[in-house]
Design a protein around this ligand. Structure first.
Ligand code: ADP
Length: 542
């Protein structure tokens, strides 16, 4: 017998609509039409116009024959047209591919071809790489220039200008919701540290949920002013590109990480929230003293993730008047899957103990169904003993659809019904996960696992060290030993390798101490992550 709860109770239009973040902007335009939605230099745009410009973009794209399932790529800094693309492109069922602005021309060429880009919007500031990429790629997109007034240099590559392009569109364009919330919304390529980048496909449902989850986690409201220190191309700015519109918050655009400008904008616009990789935080900490400000409008919330923030970095930010929230996640999880939720009893801890708590990655965000730390072979959960290392696996509605045109990688990532992050962690007795390393970064010396993060944590605490990265170096006797790459602060120019090794021996078990120290700048990915594979090669050569 069918249950009475099923009879005549099928979903119908009145009670079942596809979840999509596009509804957020429509609502904010109706509820907060005159509120400032976007600030870019001296340019301001309210929610009425943000919505109208996005509809114009959708309409103009449609006039050019772009439609469902077509890819529209955007190569741009954190500027208004990229925000508009987050709405205008999916309003006609097309898929937004926000390109990583620091990619090399060959990688961009690969992506344009792999994504089969129909239209490319390109910011003048990135014309050098883009010109080369267009010469290399087999893709033949229509190229439209974004002549951003704040771009310092660059040339125009296409035949049309963005403003003229959208001016041809209808600001009242009757755009459509997706037919299905599972439809592709965005395509984001991972940084491709091993081989070609993989195209992570987001659906409307996941972006909707993740954006709402961010609002809950960060407590965004109509008074939120968000400074874009996080690249919008990075998992669509962890979905804040859509999340801010839920509450009618204000986006403050930023072309590049420029610490004095950042302090100035925080002060000028009374910024309440921002986010960024630990490297961004470190740049603020090491900004010239004269550029730093204290903010009368209260502590600024800064969310950090994308790499493990050493506790010295968390402490440095808190001491400057920021409140640090630690997040962990991947492009495959729309950005944050995990957050270090503050517990009331941490209020009573010492500052150092608090920082130690916050340095852990934590628990699943509200919109992530489940997170476990498991033995990767058996998928059995590891004990919550803060010692047994396992892999973080995730399951839920804010996990990607899969990798574009890559069935085997998709199947491998979802093996056993979980998304495998490749990150190794321990579980603390309070249920908080703490990452020890990426599986490929762990150092195995004489059969013992050494967490590169643990060694870096100690190095970051040295007053003369600004940045550090530790990788495995081949060793005849031990198999591998740690090799540390270090950047010093300006007053640390005299620091010697012997000093650093001696310091490590005072603060770490001896088998974990680096046996070699290399001074100099660290190679980084476009999202500010240290490229350990480059360092591993260097360590091998040295
Ligand atoms: P890519 O894989 O291209 O570098 P992602 O942004 O998807 O780009 O990177 C996700 C990875 O970044 C995670 O698998 C993890 O190794 C690392 N990561 C992200 N957040 C944290 C964090 N809070 N602590 C430690 N590692 C992190």
């Amino acid at each position: 017998m069918p249950s009475p709860f099923d009879a005549h109770l099928d979903p119908v239009d009145a009670n079942y609509q596809p979840l999509t973040p596009l509804t957020f902007l429509r609502r904010s335009a109706a509820v907060f039409p005159d509120k400032t939605a976007i600030i870019h230099g001296d340019w301001r745009c309210n929610y009425r116009d943000f919505y109208a410009r996005s509809r114009q973009l959708a309409s103009a794209l449609k006039q050019r024959g772009v439609g469902k399932g077509d890819t529209v790529s955007v190569m741009a800094a954190n500027i208004p047209p990229l925000l508009e693309a987050h709405y205008g492109v999916p309003m006609i069922g097309a898929v937004l591919n926000a390109l990583n602005t620091r990619l090399d021309p060959a990688a961009i060429a690969f992506i344009l071809e792999h994504a089969d880009t129909k239209i490319l919007f390109t910011d003048k500031g990135f014309s050098a790489a883009m010109k080369e990429a267009l010469a290399l790629t087999k893709a033949t997109p229509t190229v439209i220039d974004i002549d951003d007034p704040l771009a310092e240099s660059g040339e125009l590559l296409g035949d049309e200008d963005y403003e003229a392009f959208i001016a041809a569109g209808d600001p009242k364009f009757d755009w459509q919701y997706p037919d299905d919330e599972w439809e592709a919304l965005a395509l984001n390529y991972t940084s491709g540290t091993t081989g070609n980048p993989k195209g992570v496909v987001f659906h409307h449902r996941g972006a909707y949920l993740n954006a709402l989850g961010s609002v809950l986690s960060f407590r965004y409201d109509a008074d939120t002013t968000y400074l874009w220190t996080l690249p919008m191309f990075h998992c669509n700015g962890w979905t804040h590109t859509w999340g801010l519109s839920v509450v009618g918050g204000t986006h403050v655009c930023l072309r590049q990480i420029d610490p004095p400008l950042i302090f100035d904008l925080i002060d000028r616009h009374k910024v309440t929230h921002m986010s960024g990789a630990p490297i961004v935080l470190n740049m603020l900490i090491h900004a010239p003293e004269g550029a730093k400000r204290s903010f009368a409008h209260g502590p600024v919330d800064i969310a950090t993730g994308g790499a493990a923030p050493p506790s010295a970095v968390i402490a440095g930010m808190e001491n400057m008047g920021f409140k640090v929230k630690h997040l962990y996640g991947l492009t495959e999880s729309y950005g944050p899957s995990t957050e270090c939720v503050w517990q009331d009893d941490w209020d009573d801890l010492s500052f150092d103990e608090q920082v130690g708590k916050v340095a852990r990655q934590g628990v699943n965000v509200v919109t992530m169904h489940e997170q476990r730390v498991v033995n990767p072979d058996t998928l059995e959960e590891v004990p919550a003993d803060a010692e047994t290392v396992g892999e973080i696996v995730l399951r839920g509605n804010t996990i990607m659809k899969g990798y574009l045109k890559n069935k085997s990688a998709t199947q491998e990532a979802f093996d056993g019904g979980w998304f495998h992050t490749g990150d190794l962690a321990v579980l603390h007795p309070d249920g908080y996960a703490e990452i020890k390393d990426r599986a490929k970064d762990i150092i195995i010396s004489g059969g013992e696992n050494i967490s590169s993060l643990e060694v870096e944590e100690v190095l970051f605490r040295h007053p003369d060290i600004m940045e550090a990265a530790v990788v495995a170096m081949p060793h005849d006797k031990w198999g591998e030993t740690p090799c540390a790459f270090v950047t010093t602060v300006s007053k640390g120019a005299d620091l010697s390798a012997a000093d650093v090794i001696a310091y490590c021996r005072d603060n770490l078990a001896h088998y974990k101490c680096p046996t070699k120290i290399v001074f100099g700048e660290l190679p980084k990915t476009s999202t500010g992550k240290i490229q350990k594979f480059v360092l591993r090669d260097r360590a091998k050569e040295s």
